[in-house]
Ligand binder design. Structure first.
Ligand SMILES: Nc1ncnc2c1ncn2[C@@H]1O[C@H](COP(=O)(O)OP(=O)(O)O)[C@@H](O)[C@H]1O
Ligand SMILES: [Mg+2]
Length: 334
């Protein structure tokens, strides 16, 4: 254990994993996650997020490198359930068990009092369903039960793999508030997603992965590249607005017949320019697509060294990305 390491700090150092068959799922990955923040662990499907999280949790053995929580490897933590809560992709429950009994079994394993089950059900808003069998639960309810299970030991660290999958907008909004609150209590929250839009309002920092490598880490502001605000303005008089802004040297890009994207100009200044140009404003908002574009550019590059070792007949690695931006106004509530 490294002396003086905060218990909630996650340190991934030169971590690599090559699976049998030569798939280099994680490639010399290094990043740090600090307590008191929500960190988004982002990358397209197949980027290596789940493999990394499983290595942090001691479920996959690294080919090389280390992952520690509070200076120790997960398996060396004295009481891991009280230190790290985890929600992995496919949480499994005995279908015939009630939510409450499921949690009580975990309490017994972890040496926690049985009453903790009711407390975590309350915490995740599942109290009313505590005596129902898990087999009747919706996907969203299962996600909440997985989160309740992770919170049993009141851990300072919470790791979640794609927690928004299967959640409806209300569930996503609830999760967002929940994670912000946990971070506000000084906990470390690491949450993976293949969609920036689903987490961008929740996370303080991002670690972006592409083909097993870290392509960017830093705050959300740093991700935008210090370019200042980008605003999307919709007006029927888009040409007039563009003319007045261009004459003032403002950077802008036409989006379509009625919309323009404006770089670096504060919203009141845009409003004033529109007023002067006699433009009727139909929409004006911070442009999320800008961050999406950065994310897309960072993760859609083909890796320069996709493989180490033989591939045994597998086709060359193609990051199976999906274009994450889904059009204006559909960025999701996160
Ligand atoms: N157990 C495994 N055996 C072989 N290959 C695997 C295994 N788990 C993951 N992979 C491969 O490793 C790469 C990264 O997968 P994964 O970590 O699941 O990515 P993500 O969670 O970002 O979608 C993919 O190419 C995947 O097919
Ligand atoms: Mg995954």
């Amino acid at each position: 254990m490294r002396v003086g390491e905060p218990p909630g700090r996650i340190v991934v150092a030169a971590l690599s994993k090559t699976f049998a068959g030569g798939i280099r799922a994680v490639d010399n990955l290094s990043f740090t996650v600090e307590p008191g923040s929500v960190t988004g662990f982002l990358g397209p499907n197949g980027a290596g997020k789940t493999t990394t999280l499983r290595m942090i949790l001691g479920l996959v053995r690294p080919t090389s490198g280390t992952a520690t929580v509070g200076g120790r490897r997960y398996v060396a933590l004295p009481n891991p359930l009280r230190h790290v809560g985890a929600c992995l992709e496919a949480s499994s429950f005995y279908p015939g068990r009630t939510a409450r009994n499921h949690l009580r079994v975990y309490c017994a394993h972890a040496g926690l009092p049985g009453k903790r089950a009711a407390e975590v059900l309350e915490l995740v808003g599942l109290s009313a369903a505590g005596r129902r069998r898990v087999k009747g639960f919706s996907l969203g309810m299962r996600q909440r039960l997985a989160l309740a299970t992770a919170m049993l030991g009141d851990p300072p660290v919470l790791i979640m793999d794609e927690p928004t999958n299967g959640l409806d907008p209300e569930g996503i909004r609830w999760l967002r508030g929940f994670l912000r609150e946990l971070a506000g209590q000084g906990r470390t929250i690491l949450v993976s997603s293949h969609l920036l839009a689903e987490v961008q309002q929740t996370v303080d920092r991002v670690v972006i992965l592409s083909a097993g490598r870290c392509v960017r880490q830093g705050s959300m502001a740093e991700l935008a590249g210090g370019r200042g605000p980008t605003t999307l303005v919709r007006t029927p008089q888009v040409d007039a607005l563009m003319a007045v802004l261009t004459s003032r040297g403002v950077g802008l890009t036409r989006v379509d017949a009625t919309a323009v994207r404006i770089d670096g100009l504060p919203v009141p200044d845009i409003g004033h320019a529109a007023f002067e140009a006699g433009c009727e404003i139909h929409e004006m908002r911070a442009d999320q697509a800008d961050l999406e574009r950065v994310f897309f550019e960072l993760t859609s590059q083909p890796p320069s060294q996709p493989h180490v070792g033989p591939t045994y007949g597998q086709p060359p690695y193609q990051p199976p990305y999906q274009p994450p931006y889904q059009g204006p106004g559909q960025g999701g509530p996160w």
